[in-house]
Design a binder for this molecule. Sequence first.
Ligand code: PLP
Length: 393
Amino acid sequence: MSVEARGIRPANRIANLPPYLFAEVDRRIAEKRAAGFDVISLGIGDPDLPSPDHVVAAAQEAVADPRRHRYPDYYGLPEFRKAIARWYENRFEITLDPDKEVVPLIGSKEGIAHIPLAFVDPGDVVLVPDPGYPVYSIGTLLANGEPYLMPLRADSGFLPDLDTIPEAVADRARILWINYPNNPTAAIAPIEFFERVVSYARRHDILVCHDNAYSDVAYDGYRAPSFLEVPGAIDVGVEFHSLSKTYNMTGWRSGMMVGNRTAVEALGRVKTNVDSGIFDAVQIASIAALDGDPHWIEERNRRFQTRRDAIVATLKKIGIDVSAPKASLYIWAPVPAGMKSVDFSLRVLDDAAVWVTPGVGFGANGEGYFRISLTVADHRLSEALERIEKLNL
Ligand SMILES: Cc1ncc(COP(=O)(O)O)c(C=O)c1O
């Protein structure tokens, strides 16, 4: 054995993960900052606005209670699971069994990454939207599964065309990921799409995983549905949800998967073996959030909506054809004709010291687009938009 071949070596499943596209970008942003530029990043979907006061107060009280300092329950506090079921009843008129149809998560990302361990054997296929939240593919690869990318195109409203998936692929598929309101395209789905998904999943015995992280970040009076509203959906599917975006609670790490009992039990089995639950104080804070006055959400959404409108107006002024999204924390807009999305983002960085995410970072079918996030403080966003308006594209 040669000297080079010896020593510790990460597994192939790590080596095979796609390269981190943004590593080079991070370097360019850091360089720009080091050169004295005040770079404003419109890249990340992480609300700058605070979590609700009553949530913070509930957590403060719980943190001070020594009974809350011990290992949490594996399946979450029963009160938290009940609060989740209550929230689903109030928000979507869906009745869930808090013991069998609800599993709390350490943020929805954790569950999204782990569900393939419960459903995917090596070589199985997972149907993944492209562009999409990267964890759908990464979780699949970590379970030695094969992602099959379903293109999301503007002319189909950024909904996947299930009829174009070859039968042989569908028959090997174990999970179908969908996500509406969508990241990164900000598209919403009509309930008829969810109906088509349910019948497709029935035909091919596929577990549908609907990621509904943005259901409550919505504008112009739009109310996003739950996938589980479709009759029979619970026979084939689950929904992931998160307190992160709904309540400006990204840092707390709290979310849930609800729906099909077999899936809840299977993910629960994985999780009890790899984690030890969510800090009780976070669960108590989460109950306060879920039981809180829904007007808090409306007020908060009004603030994001003002930002949305300001961004859309500026983009139109510089000749970018974009319409205002009904939901999510993002504006998904086409780059100027003939440009690649990375070149466009780097151009905006160089000329305006503003960072917008190139669409290709979310998958090959994101090429031709860029994404702006609404989660930057108002005065910083105004400054960024002033700079963008002066761009000479
Ligand atoms: C579509 C989507 N799903 C899930 C998540 C994960 O959210 P969290 O782990 O904070 O619940 C995100 C975060 O950006 C997201 O964009």
